[in-house]
Design a protein around this ligand. Structure first.
Ligand code: NAP
Length: 292
């Protein structure tokens, strides 16, 4: 964690989707620590309550932290907005609430995403149709594929578009960050429904970088390797898979959510990354380049 005294994002406003757990949560906390006000989106489900409550507690603790040279805390404030990113209005509401509270939006992080390992060819017994439901055998649950695309790619598109519209209206630029993945660059046998969505997020960011540069909005992607979050839980619980991943990573460990927070501060900061636009920042401990 970076020392609070830096306050690299002081006075800025950010919005982050999927902000109560994992990578989104780590970014939200680091932005708060760096002096940025943050609106996070979450689904508002009962199972999220515990994460939401502990996040609010951590945010309050950051605000209460005594930092040398500050008479009152310059840590940012946190706002939560409920919504499902597959719905167009969710991104619009998230942006609207942040602007209502803090008057502007400077930084946007499209982070919400899902992953559930699944075999490409395995036949599953699935229900098709609602009224005259039939049970049939089909290849990989197409609902899983559709849902993964809707959340990971459509969700990123809708929310980034809402953020970009606001930033263009304001006229003073901004930074949009898409959380893609190392899976945008390499495949996985149990990821045929997932890797195309992460390649899609990278591609979306690249095209947005061109479309929005004239408005001084920088668009960049972060490509995490394997990060210890609930999304990678299955891999982490599987000893064989975890050991295999660890030996593939030259740094010898899988990542923590906090490993992605620093790169997200860097790309958010106009001072630190003013000429980064359309870039893809791999944060994977060297896994991608590890041939032998
Ligand atoms: P995570 O802890 O599960 O975070 C994903 C968040 O998105 C969760 O809070 C989840 O809420 C939320 N979410 C899911 N569907 C949503 C929807 N329809 N609307 C709004 N929010 C929704 O996992 P993570 O690893 O931090 O993942 C964050 C991003 O990093 C994802 O885009 C993922 O693809 C990417 N990534 C992760 C890894 C890794 O190894 N962990 C590697 C590369 C890239 P719920 O908790 O309620 O489901």
């Amino acid at each position: 964690m970076a020392p609070s005294r830096w306050r690299i994002l002081e006075g800025k406003t950010a919005a982050i989707t999927g902000g109560t757990t994992g990578i989104g949560r780590a970014i939200a906390l680091e932005y708060l620590r760096q002096g940025c006000n943050v609106a996070i989106n979450h689904l508002g489900l009962e199972r999220d309550e515990v994460h939401r409550d502990s996040l609010l507690e951590e945010a309050a603790a950051l605000k209460a932290e005594k930092v040398q040279g500050e008479s009152t805390s310059k840590a940012g404030d946190l706002l939560e907005v409920i919504g499902d990113v597959t719905k167009v209005e969710t991104g619009e509401l998230l942006v609207q609430k942040a602007v209502e509270k803090w008057g502007k939006l400077d930084i946007f992080v499209a982070n919400a995403g899902i992953f559930q390992a699944a075999d490409f060819l395995t036949w599953v017994f699935a229900m098709v149709g609602r009224i005259y439901a039939n049970w049939i055998f089909c290849r990989m649950d197409h609902e899983l594929f559709d849902r993964t695309v809707r959340i990971n790619l459509n969700g990123a598109f809708y929310t980034c578009q809402a953020a970009a519209r606001q930033m263009v209206k304001q006229g003073h630029g901004g930074s949009i960050i898409g959380i893609s993945s190392i899976s945008a660059l390499v495949g996985g046998g149990l990821q045929t429904h997932y890797t195309p969505t992460k390649a899609g997020v990278l591609s979306l960011i690249q095209s947005m970088a061109i479309a929005l540069a004239k408005d001084k909005i920088r668009c960049n992607a972060i490509l995490p390797g394997t990060i210890k979050t609930q999304l990678a839980d299955e891999d982490m619980k599987n000893d064989v898979k975890r050991k295999y991943l660890e030996q593939r990573i030259p740094m010898g460990r899988v990542g923590n959510p906090e490993d992605i927070a620093g790169p997200a501060v860097f790309l958010a900061s106009e001072e630190l990354s003013p000429y980064c636009n359309g870039t893809q920042l791999l944060a994977d401990g060297g896994m991608f380049v590890h041939l032998q």
